[in-house]
Design a protein around this ligand. Structure first.
Ligand SMILES: NC(=O)c1ccc[n+]([C@@H]2O[C@H](COP(=O)([O-])OP(=O)(O)OC[C@H]3O[C@@H](n4cnc5c(N)ncnc54)[C@H](OP(=O)(O)O)[C@@H]3O)[C@@H](O)[C@H]2O)c1
Length: 381
């Protein structure tokens, strides 16, 4: 273990909060890398800032060191994530901090990918730098900011967010199937932002057939990186003339997670149209787990699931949902024949019904957005 330096001071914790703000500038751009921000302090004053802008670009610490120049010598570097110790697309940040003559490093949260490596904090301590890790509550904020990266690094699976929009009485469509639009424009704009922040957006084949969605991120400000688009479609029924298949030859893949028993002619036709058809073994539950593993292996750290009722219920039943984003629209649809948000068999007893933790509720336009976690972020309890 590295010899800990004195605990983080109030000024350093303020700098850490600023470093988190800086890190968020990379949102939607850095995956599969983490969001990282760094602030360099001398005598409690900020002399330089940095953040990671994307794969292949300098890490936050390197950017801040370059901005600080000679002022880095003897300074304190406050960073949201443990500095890396390995040669990736860029050289190790721990070496850069040592070479710059930094005296002290304050780390927001340890890097799960540093397990089994030299470990940045150990390298720094071995070189005589003071190293302090922020208190648990601060570390949790730094980890939560990077929850897809942390989940993927610690479990080998992407973080799954289930987004649904329902009437107050929990319906996702009328009895006749009309479902557009239940949520209001402000909610839909937010959804486009979240699509751009996600590595993949997924729906079940029922939704693909009913709504013919494009699942692209549109009409939002700032840099937009299009997610991969994924359909859970056991028998490869996705129509060749659907919007999704029509856009499948573009830069961003359309992936159909099918059963290995899907009809060969359907698989061949979709493949010829540019769709990546992934054959998965087993029944529905195995295919959910297998599909998520395949996505993780492709580098997908975050999957934003947009329904419908069948897929949502299957994911919840499989325990595969990490986070919930639920828009409640101020309308009452009613009708015994109108579908509700979760299909399937549902919980057998109230005691078995999954409950949300870390619950928040905010107004978005006329809707209320209820968010929370179904699973704790790995590494936190
Ligand atoms: N308000 C909202 O938030 C919202 C969001 C989305 C959709 N919707 C509405 O919901 C309706 C569609 O819902 P839906 O339930 O019919 O369709 P769905 O959930 O989109 O798709 C269900 C289908 O997914 C397939 N699937 C593939 N792998 C599966 C697995 N492991 N487990 C379970 N299913 C799997 C199954 O078909 P195969 O076995 O053939 O693969 C199943 O029939 C539409 O009316 C749509 O407009 C509303």
């Amino acid at each position: 273990m590295s010899a800990p330096g004195p605990p983080a001071s109030a000024a350093e914790l303020t700098a850490l909060a600023r470093a988190r703000e800086l890190a968020l500038r990379g949102r939607g751009r850095v995956s599969p890398n983490p969001l990282v921000g760094a602030v360099i302090l001398r005598d409690g004053e900020t002399v330089a800032e940095g953040w990671h802008e994307g794969p292949g670009l300098p890490h936050a610490e390197a950017m801040a060191l370059a901005a600080a120049g000679d002022a880095a010598r003897g300074a304190t570097v406050v960073c949201t994530l443990e500095p890396c110790s390995h040669h990736g697309r860029t050289p190790p940040c721990s070496d850069a901090l040592i070479a710059a003559g930094v005296r002290r490093v304050v780390i927001g949260v340890l890097d799960p990918l540093e397990r089994g490596r030299a470990q940045g904090r150990e390298v720094l301590a071995a070189a005589g730098l003071e190293v302090a890790v922020a208190p648990e509550e601060e570390g949790r904020l730094c980890a939560e900011m990077n929850s897809p990266f942390v989940t993927w690094a610690m479990t080998g699976l992407p973080e799954v967010t289930l987004k649904m929009a329902t009437s107050l009485d929990g319906k996702i469509a009328t009895a006749s199937g009309e479902s557009r639009w239940i949520s209001g424009p402000a909610s839909r704009e937010l959804v486009h932002r979240w699509r751009a922040d996600s590595d993949a957006v997924a729906v079940g084949i029922g939704t693909a057939l009913a709504d013919d969605p494009s699942l692209t991120a549109r009409d939002i400000e700032g840099p937009v990186r299009q997610p991969a688009r994924v359909v859970f479609d056991a028998t490869a029924r996705l129509p060749l003339d659907s919007v999704l298949v029509s856009g499948a030859h573009g830069e961003h893949p359309v992936i159909v997670l099918a059963s290995e028993t899907a009809p060969a002619d359907r698989v061949a036709a979709l493949t010829a149209a540019g769709v990546d058809v992934v054959p998965l073994a087993g029944g529905p539950a195995e295919r959910i787990a297998g599909g998520l593993r395949v996505l993780a292996d492709l580098g997908v750290q975050s999957v934003f699931v947009e329904g419908g009722a069948g897929l949502a219920a299957a994911l919840v039943a499989a325990g595969a949902v990490d986070r919930i984003a639920w828009f409640l629209a101020p309308m009452l649809i009613g009708g015994a024949g109108a579908p509700s948000a979760l299909g399937g068999e549902g919980a057998a007893t109230l005691a078995l019904a999954p409950r949300l933790r870390d619950l928040t509720a905010v107004r978005v336009g006329e809707d209320v957005l209820v968010s929370g976690r179904l699973r704790p972020l790995p590494g936190t309890v």
